[in-house]
Design a protein around this ligand. Sequence first.
Ligand code: HEC
Ligand code: HEC
Length: 275
Amino acid sequence: MKLGQEGEAKRPETVFLRIGLVCVFALVTGVVVLPMASQHQATWWSSICGALGLGVGNPTPPPPFTAPSQLGSLVSWTRQTDGLLRGGDASRGQALAAATCTACHAAAARAVDASVPYLDGFSRRTIYKELVDYRSGRRVAPIMNNVARTLSDDRMRDLAAYYAHEQREAGLRHSTADTDAGRADPIVKLVYQGDPSRDIAPCASCHGPDGVVAGAPVLFGQSETYLSAQLHAFRDGTRHNDTLAQMRTPAHALDDREIHELAAYLGPSASLSTP
Ligand code: HEC
Ligand code: HEC
């Protein structure tokens, strides 16, 4: 009996059967169970095909997620930046502006080219931030990228002191926002109340007379052509130096007619200012 059992265990068919069972177990585990447990394949069938090296289903992993650039600018508002800006010398800035900037950036009343913005009345931070963004390439406009590359921080702070010292006359005109007709106007509403149903915060919640949010430019009295071009650029994403998409977000919700009418309302020909 004992002899018979040993003889049976050593029979070649039994050994092959055991080896076969181990192979089947390994195959099922490697090709079916493990791939199905994996999170990377879309379906159990594509999982199995993927494990066999067959390009069926969804064998290539999806490309890594890249968030749209919300970073915008690299400028931060620190005591050091404010200290630098406070040290600006307006008369040195005026001399530098007369030599290098006023050929293009005339004051509103003397505008030479409507596509060039007026800089008078901007806060020091706005002038400085835009120049730094042009220098770093975060804001793209070849003319200004070349100009800004020649400017040191000290020159930028002098220019900022000079332009902040100048007044923008159009910004002092009387407002229509506090009249009944003004309050009923959908464009005036956008500026002072925004449109919560479309996630548009009031323009004036960030753009005050002195740029309420750090770096937000004064809009009133700005060239109409320039305002319209910038709103389009923010909406299309070709201008993206606004920190955390503060400006791309509202611009994205505006249609062409609103951009046109906002630029007309804010531009120098409108008889208004902040309320
Ligand atoms: C050859 C013409 C030219 C010269 C010279 C020039 N600029 Fe400009 N500047 C432009 C144009 C055009 C734009 C608008 C570019 C854009 O669309 O981003 C601009 C934009 C700017 C802006 C952004 C304003 C805003 O509303 O965001 C600042 C700040 C500025 N320039 C400062 C200067 C200073 C300071 C100088 C002199 C050191 C200077 N520029 C010289 C043509 C010029
Ligand atoms: C959440 C704050 C915020 C709101 C709301 C906002 N803006 Fe802005 N806007 C900014 C900031 C900040 C900038 C400057 C971006 C940069 O750093 O260059 C800017 C820039 C702009 C510019 C470019 C001006 C220039 O001189 O280059 C225009 C035009 C503009 N905004 C119009 C509007 C209008 C119109 C609305 C309302 C429909 C609006 N903004 C709502 C924050 C805001």
